[in-house]
Design a protein around this ligand. Structure first.
Ligand code: FAD
Ligand code: UDP
Length: 381
C-alpha cells in the first residue's frame, strides 16, 4: 500500500515525506511514537494562551536562502532576533561574550585595555571559539580567556554534558564563540525569525497531502521486525524504502551497546506577572541545577497578564525513562556510532537521516538543508 515508510515526524521525516509526496507522487506512511507531529520542534498554546515550545526553545536562524524559500511555502514568519544574557557574579551580561560584556563585568580601564588587546589580535566582528582564545600568547588575552572559560563555559558545559569543554568536539562550544564586536544577538545569521503561527502549524501544512498518511503513538519497533537484512512491516516483507530518523542503537536492539545521549527535563512554570526577565533567555552557568530560563512571550508576544517560563535541567539519557535530545560528541561515541552505520549499510532499503539517526548536532536549518539535498541526490537521479 505504501511506497515509503518514514520513521519520525520531525523536520527530517517531514521534509522527506513532503518531497516524495509532491515531487514523486508516491505514497508514504509516517510513523511516530509521539502523539503529535513536529518532533522536537512541536509547539502549542498553553493555559495562559502563550505559544510554548514543548521540547525547549527553538529559534530559527540561517544563512541558507534555499531552506527559507522552501519552508516559506508552509508558513509566514515574524522577525525575531534572540538575545541571551548570562548570570555572572550577580550581573546579567550578553552572551556570546562580546565587547559589551567586557564593560559590564570589568572596571572601565581594564575593559578598554582588554578590548584593545582583542582588537590587536582579531579584526572587528571576528568570532573566536573559547578553546582557541585559550591558546593565545598575549597575557591579557590569556587572562580574559581563562575568565570567560571559568565564568561562562566550564560549569555550564558540566551541567549540560557532564564533561569539560576540552573533552568534547570543539565544535560544540564553538557554537557560542567569543565575539569581538558589539552585536548582542545570539546569532548573526541573515535570516532570524519564527513561524507566525508556530512550528506545529508549519508541519501540519507540510504534511497535508493525500499521499501522506500518519500513524502516531506507534513505535516503529512495534510494527517492524528484522529478518536477516530485510524489514518486515505489519507481518509482511517491505520492499520499499525506509527513511529512519530515530536512534540507531534502538533500531538494532542495542547490539553494539547503547549510544550515549543527553536528556533534559523541561520544567514549565506560570508566573503571575506580565514579564519575568529582560531577554528571551537567561543562562545560569554557575548557579542552580538548570542551565537556562526561557520566557516565551519574548519569542511569541502575547497580551496575557501572566507569563510562561521554562527551566532546562540536563541529565543523562536513560532508556524508556526520558528523551534523547543531544548526541554526546566524543571520539569513542563516534566510533561506536560508526559500527551501527556499517551494520545499517547491509540493509539495502534503509536510509538514515536526522539528529538522532546521524548522531549529529543539526540545527533546524541544517536538517532541512540535509533532507532537501538527500532528496535531490538519492531520489531524483
Ligand atoms: P526530531 O525532531 O527529534 O524528530 C525525530 C522524531 O522521530 C521524533 O518525533 C521521535 O518521536 C521519532 N522517533 C524516534 N524513534 C522512533 C521510533 N522508534 N518509532 C517511531 N518514531 C520514532 N535548532 C535550531 O535551529 N534552533 C534552536 O533554537 C534549537 N533549539 C533546540 C533546543 C533543544 C532543547 C533541542 C533538543 C534541539 C534544538 N534545536 C534547535 C534542534 C532541532 O530540534 C533539530 O534540528 C530538529 O528537531 C531535528 O529534526 P529531526 O527530524 O532530525 O529530529
Ligand atoms: N555554552 C556554555 N555557556 C553558555 C552557552 C553555551 O558553556 O552560556 C556551551 C555549552 O557547552 C553548550 C554549547 O556551548 O552546550 C552550545 O550552546 P547552545 O546555546 O548552542 O546549545 P543548545 O541551544 O543547542 O542547547
Amino acid at each position: 500500500m505504501f511506497d515509503y515508510i518514514v520513521v519520525g515526524a520531525g523536520y527530517a521525516g517531514a521534509v522527506m515525506a513532503e518531497r516524495i509526496a509532491t515531487q514523486l507522487n508516491q505514497k508514504i506512511l509516517i510513523i511516530d511514537k509521539r502523539k503529535h507531529i513536529g518532533g522536537n520542534c512541536f509547539d502549542r498554546k498553553d493555559e495562559n494562551n502563550i505559544l510554548i515550545h514543548q521540547y525547549g526553545p527553538h529559534l530559527f536562524h540561517t544563512d541558507n536562502r534555499t531552506v527559507v524559500s522552501y519552508l516559506s511555502q508552509f508558513t509566514d514568519w515574524d522577525p525575531y532576533h534572540h538575545e541571551v544574557l548570562a548570570f555572572v557574579d550577580g550581573k546579567k551580561v550578553p552572551v556570546p561574550f562580546n565587547l559589551n560584556s567586557l564593560y559590564e563585568l570589568f572596571p572601565q580601564s581594564l575593559a578598554s585595555s582588554l578590548e584593545a588587546a582583542m582588537l590587536k589580535s582579531y579584526a572587528l566582528n571576528t568570532k573566536v571559539p573559547i578553546l582557541e582564545l585559550k591558546q593565545s600568547d598575549d597575557p591579557q588575552l590569556q587572562f580574559l580567556a581563562e575568565y570567560i572559560y571559568e565564568k561562562i563555559f566550564v560549569n555550564y558545559t558540566a551541567k549540560q554534558w557532564g564533561l569539560k569543554p576540552e573533552e568534547m568536539d570543539g565544535a560544540v562550544t564553538a557554537r557560542v564563540p567569543v565575539f569581538v564586536g558589539r552585536d548582542n544577538r545570539y546569532f548573526n545569521d541573515t535570516y532570524q525569525m519564527v513561524p507566525r503561527h508556530g512550528y506545529t502549524r508549519l508541519f501540519e501544512k507540510m504534511l497535508d497531502h493525500p499521499n501522506i498518511k500518519i500513524l502516531l503513538n506507534t513505535d516503529f519497533r512495534e510494527v517492524a521486525e528484522i529478518h536477516g537484512s530485510t524489514f518486515h512491516l505489519f507481518g509482511r516483507e517491505f520492499g520499499g524504502k525506509i527513511i529512519y530518523t530515530g536512534a540507531l542503537d534502538a533500531l538494532f536492539n542495542y547490539r553494539f551497546g547503547e549510544l550515549p545521549y543527553r536528556s533534559v527535563e523541561m520544567q514549565f512554570e506560570t508566573v503571575s506577572q506580565s514579564r519575568y526577565q529582560e531577554k528571551g533567555t537567561v543562562n545560569y552557568p554557575n548557579d542552580y541545577d538548570f542551565t537556562r530560563i526561557t520566557e516565551f512571550k519574548h519569542i511569541h508576544p502575547s497580551n496575557s497578564e501572566r507569563t510562561t517560563i521554562l527551566k532546562e535541567f540536563p541529565l543523562p539519557y536513560v532508556r524508556n525513562e526520558n528523551t534523547p535530545y543531544y548526541p554526546i560528541f566524543t571520539p569513542e561515541n563516534q566510533r561506536n556510532y560508526e559500527r551501527y552505520v556499517s551494520h545499517a549499510a547491509t540493509f539495502e532499503n534503509l536510509i538514515l537521516l536526522g539528529r538522532l539517526a546521524e548522531y549529529r548536532y543539526y540545527d533546524m536549518d541544517d536538517i532541512v538543508a540535509r533532507a532537501l539535498e538527500l532528496f535531490e541526490t538519492e531520489f531524483t537521479a
